[in-house]
Design a protein around this ligand. Sequence first.
Ligand SMILES: Cc1cc2nc3c(=O)[nH]c(=O)nc-3n(C[C@H](O)[C@H](O)[C@H](O)COP(=O)(O)OP(=O)(O)OC[C@H]3O[C@@H](n4cnc5c(N)ncnc54)[C@H](O)[C@@H]3O)c2cc1C
Length: 363
Amino acid sequence: MSDVYAEPTTGAVPTDPATLARYTTLRLGGPAGRLETATSAEEIVQKVRDAEMREDPVLVLAGGSNVVIGDRGFPGTVVLVRSRGFRVIAEDADTVTVRVEAGEPWDDLVAATLKRGWSGLECLSGVPGSAGATPIQNVGAYGQEVAETITGVQAYDRTHREVVHIPAADCGFAYRGSIFKYSDRWVVLSVDFRLARSPLSGPVRYAELARALGVEVGDRVPLADARATVLRLRAGKGMVLDADDPDTWSVGSFFTNPVLERAAYELLRERAADLGEPPSWPGAGDVVKVSAAWLIDRAGYGKGHPGLEGVAISSKHTLALTNRSGTASTAALVALAREIRDGVHDRFGVTLHPEPVLINCTI
Ligand SMILES: Cc1cc2nc3c(=O)[nH]c(=O)nc-3n(C[C@H](O)[C@H](O)[C@H](O)COP(=O)(O)OP(=O)(O)OC[C@H]3O[C@@H](n4cnc5c(N)ncnc54)[C@H](O)[C@@H]3O)c2cc1C
């Protein structure tokens, strides 16, 4: 069994077991009022219900790789999701549908499906965290998103106090978003993915990945090659968790790529005229998605740019803010995020939005 949720052993490890910094990849976050570990869907529901009976606020935390928790912590019940496993719930000649427990470590699932010759998650190799958190922000990387393979989600509905099945069409999947993000209503218990029986990846959509694989965009490659290449590219950017590499003590990308209306995009091009063409991708409708990393870098915040207390932009990736000293405060990290957001706005008139969920802190 993977120990991906093991507490950090490098950097300054807080001694108080309820200190949430122990459970986040940023190694930041003050104390929990109460900490509960749930190892099955039933236990997750029970722990949440128990907290509600006590009229305690609830924070569901899994891999802690997409949260920024304030220095004052969370003065309620934190439920650590540690359920494991997956099983086939439907299959036909071409596809397999697996139901995955929320706490299953995501990359273990990806590796297991690829090994069985099931295609659909290969480009999401190496993303940290749990399977149950992937629908929350519609996890995506290298041209793939979980919205393409999720068929439904089993969740505890805290409003109606019942376990429900939510078909993918009702999950509101969008770029780094869904009905689940910023909502306390749903606790994801398990997720269903439909995967293709194929030794080959889906068509490679991401130019950088195609280049690294030595193929054209649109080609398919053996699953193992896709995984190995994605992991190599990610590691080069500090995007695979490594306890010994402070460049990975982050939440991955701190800001989403801004999605601009056409007029705002033209304004950006004018303001950036001296810097060349901002990298961009056409979005759905008349919108344009712009590279946040480019905006940050060109606004003067390059790799390694420091904040206070040893927080800094990753030395490998402009979009990752790191607690590289391992001893910083959340206040220092969000101050750096604020400096970058304001600097980009002053230079380009574009507002960056954080990708992680901020808990008891703000930028
Ligand atoms: C180095 C690094 C690289 C990354 N690369 C990527 C990437 O390429 N693409 C990408 O999309 N993301 C990336 N991320 C972000 C992160 O890994 C994903 O968002 C991941 O899905 C978060 O999973 P988690 O279990 O750690 O969630 P947590 O951080 O524990 O929780 C995140 C949010 O989801 C909620 N949540 C978690 N589990 C549940 C549940 N069962 N039910 C209800 N709510 C829940 C939490 O309350 C919180 O609001 C990266 C992060 C790091 C540190």
